[in-house]
Design a protein around this ligand. Structure first.
Ligand SMILES: Cc1cc2nc3c(=O)[nH]c(=O)nc-3n(C[C@H](O)[C@H](O)[C@H](O)COP(=O)(O)OP(=O)(O)OC[C@H]3O[C@@H](n4cnc5c(N)ncnc54)[C@H](O)[C@@H]3O)c2cc1C
Length: 422
C-alpha cells in the first residue's frame, strides 16, 4: 500500500509499477459496492486519503479545486462560510476522486446533476506515470476531445485522478422539506414524474417503500406510517418554495397522498430527513446476519412506475426480503436483496432476481447501474446495454491508455489477459 501526499509521488509510484508491470488500484475511502477495489491480480493499492488539501476556492467563478482525497463533507466544511456548497451527495462520505471515478450521484442530483455535470477539470497520472490536465476552469469548452468525461466513471482503469476542479452552487435562500405517504408505490412515483413534467424544480425526491419505512421505524424509533412514502425538498426564494410546495401538495393529493409533514427550519428539516439518510443501515438490520445484494436500476422517468411495479411483483413472487427505495426524480431505484449467505437456494434466488432486474432496466431503455458503477459485478451486462461495437470501442480506449493493463485490471471492460481471472 502507498499513501502519497502529492501528484509527483503518485506519478513516481505508477512509473515504477509500469516498469515492473505491477497492477495499481487507486483507493478513496472504499465505499464503492461493486467489487471495484478487489485486487483480482494482486498489486499496489494507492490510498489517496493523504491527498486531502482543498487547493483553491474561487467563489466568484463558482469553482473549487481539491486534491483527490478530499471528502465531500470536508469540502463542504471548508465552504461553510462562503455562501456556496458542493452539491453531489452519495450518502457515504466519499472522496471527490472516488466520486469522479464512479460518476457518483445522490439525493439532490434531480436539481444539481451528477458528478459528470459538476466536474470541470482533472489532473490525472496516466499509466506510464505522465501527469496531464484534462481542461482549464472555463464553464464550457469546445477544445478537443472531452478527456474530463472520459476519466469520469472510469473506475481507476484509465488513470489516477490527483486533482479535481468542481462546480459550486449558491446556498438557496429558502428550503422546505416534506414527507408524504401514498396508498401504493405507483402513485408515489407518479406524483414525482408529474411534478417534473410540470417543471417543478424539486431539490430532492426520494421514494421509500413500506418495508423500508418499517425498517426505519425500528432503527430510528420513528412512527412513520408504514406505506410508500416520498421524502421531498424544495429550494429557491421564499416565494418560489411556497409556490412549488403548494403545487406538489395538490398533485400528491390527486394521487391519493396524505398525512403531509412539513419543515422549514434547518433542525426540523434535518429531523424529517435523517431517517432517509439511515435507510440503508436500517434495512440491513431487518435480517441480522444477512448479506445484501444491492441493485441500481435507472430508467427514463416515464417508464419508472411500470418498471418498479414489475420489480415489486417479481420480488413478491420470490418471497425474498427486499426493501426498495430510490432517487425517483432521476428514474433510479435500489432493491436491497437481503439473503442468508449460508442458504445457497436464497443466494441463487437473489442472483436471479438481480439478473432479471438489470435486463428489465435495459428493456426499459435504461441502465444496469445509475450511479454505483460497473466494478466487477456489472461487467456481463455492458454488452447487453451498449452493444458489442460500443464495448469493443471501450476496450480499444482501455488498450490505448493502458497498453500493459496495470490500472485496476479486470474491472469495467475485460481486455487481453483478464479473461478467466475474475
Ligand atoms: C451506504 C452506501 C450508500 C451509497 N449510496 C450511493 C449513492 O446514493 N450514490 C452513489 O453514487 N454511490 C453511492 N454509494 C457508493 C459509493 O459511496 C460511491 O461509489 C463513491 O463515489 C465511492 O467513493 P470512494 O471515495 O469510497 O471510492 P472507492 O470506493 O475507494 O473507489 C471507487 C472506485 O474509484 C476508483 N478510485 C478511487 N479514487 C480514485 C482516484 N483518485 N483516481 C482514479 N480512480 C479512483 C477506485 O479504484 C475504485 O474503482 C453508496 C455506498 C454506500 C456504502
Amino acid at each position: 500500500m502507498i499513501f502519497p501526499e502529492s501528484t509527483e509521488e503518485v506519478a513516481k509510484a505508477v512509473a515504477a509499477c509500469s516498469a515492473y508491470r505491477i497492477p495499481v488500484i487507486p483507493f478513496g475511502v472504499g465505499s464503492s459496492i461493486e467489487g471495484h477495489l478487489l485486487a483480482v491480480r494482486g498489486g499496489v493499492s494507492i490510498d489517496m486519503t493523504r491527498m486531502g488539501k482543498v487547493l483553491d476556492i474561487r467563489a466568484q467563478d463558482l469553482t473549487a479545486t481539491v486534491q483527490a482525497g478530499v471528502t465531500r463533507e470536508g469540502l463542504n466544511r471548508e465552504l461553510a462560510h462562503t455562501g456556496f456548497f458542493f452539491s453531489v451527495d452519495p450518502g457515504a462520505n466519499a472522496t471527490i476522486g472516488g466520486m469522479v471515478a464512479t460518476a457518483a450521484s445522490g439525493t439532490n442530483t434531480v436539481r444539481y446533476g451528477t458528478m459528470r455535470d459538476n466536474v470541470l477539470s482533472l489532473q490525472v497520472v496516466t499509466a506510464d506515470g505522465q501527469v496531464i490536465r484534462t481542461a482549464r476552469r472555463a464553464r464550457k469548452t469546445s477544445a478537443g476531445y472531452n478527456l474530463t468525461q472520459l476519466f469520469t466513471g472510469s473506475e481507476g482503469t484509465l488513470g489516477i485522478i490527483t486533482e479535481v476542479t468542481v462546480k459550486l452552487h449558491p446556498q438557496p435562500e429558502a428550503v422546505a422539506a416534506a414527507v408524504v405517504n401514498f396508498p401504493d408505490v405507483k402513485s408515489a412515483v407518479n406524483t414525482v414524474i408529474l411534478a417534473m413534467q410540470m417543471g417543478i424544480a424539486l431539490a430532492r425526491a426520494e421514494m421509500l417503500d413500506s418495508l423500508t419505512i418499517k425498517a426505519i421505524n425500528a432503527h430510528s424509533r420513528t412512527t412513520l406510517v408504514e406505506a410508500p412514502t416520498l421524502f421531498l425538498e424544495f429550494s429557491g426564494s421564499p416565494a418560489q418554495v411556497q409556490e412549488q410546495s403548494g403545487t406538489l401538495q395538490a398533485l400528491a393529493e390527486e394521487q391519493g397522498g396524505g398525512d403531509f409533514q412539513w419543515a422549514t427550519r434547518p433542525e426540523e428539516r434535518s429531523r424529517l430527513w435523517t431517517p432517509r439518510h439511515h435507510a440503508y443501515f436500517a434495512c440491513i438490520q431487518l435480517r441480522p446476519g444477512c448479506r445484501s445484494f444491492t441493485t441500481d436500476a435507472c430508467v427514463p422517468i416515464s417508464g419508472l412506475a411500470e418498471c418498479l411495479s414489475e420489480t415489486v411483483a417479481d420480488i413478491q413472487a420470490t418471497g425474498l426480503v427486499a426493501p426498495v427505495f430510490g432517487h425517483v426524480g432521476d428514474g433510479n431505484f435500489h432493491c436491497l436483496l437481503l439473503v442468508d449467505p449460508g442458504n445457497l437456494e436464497e443466494v441463487r434466488e437473489a442472483e436471479g432476481l438481480s439478473h432479471r432486474l438489470m435486463q428489465r432496466a435495459i428493456r426499459f431503455d435504461g441502465t444496469c447501474t445509475g450511479e454505483h458503477g460497473v466494478g466487477l459485478h456489472k461487467i456481463p451486462y455492458l454488452e447487453e446495454e451498449h452493444g458489442a461495437g460500443a464495448v469493443e470501442l471501450m476496450r480499444r480506449i482501455k488498450r490505448a491508455l493502458d497498453p500493459i493493463n496495470i490500472l485496476n485490471p479486470g474491472k469495467v471492460v475485460l481486455v487481453d489477459g483478464d479473461e478467466g481471472r475474475n
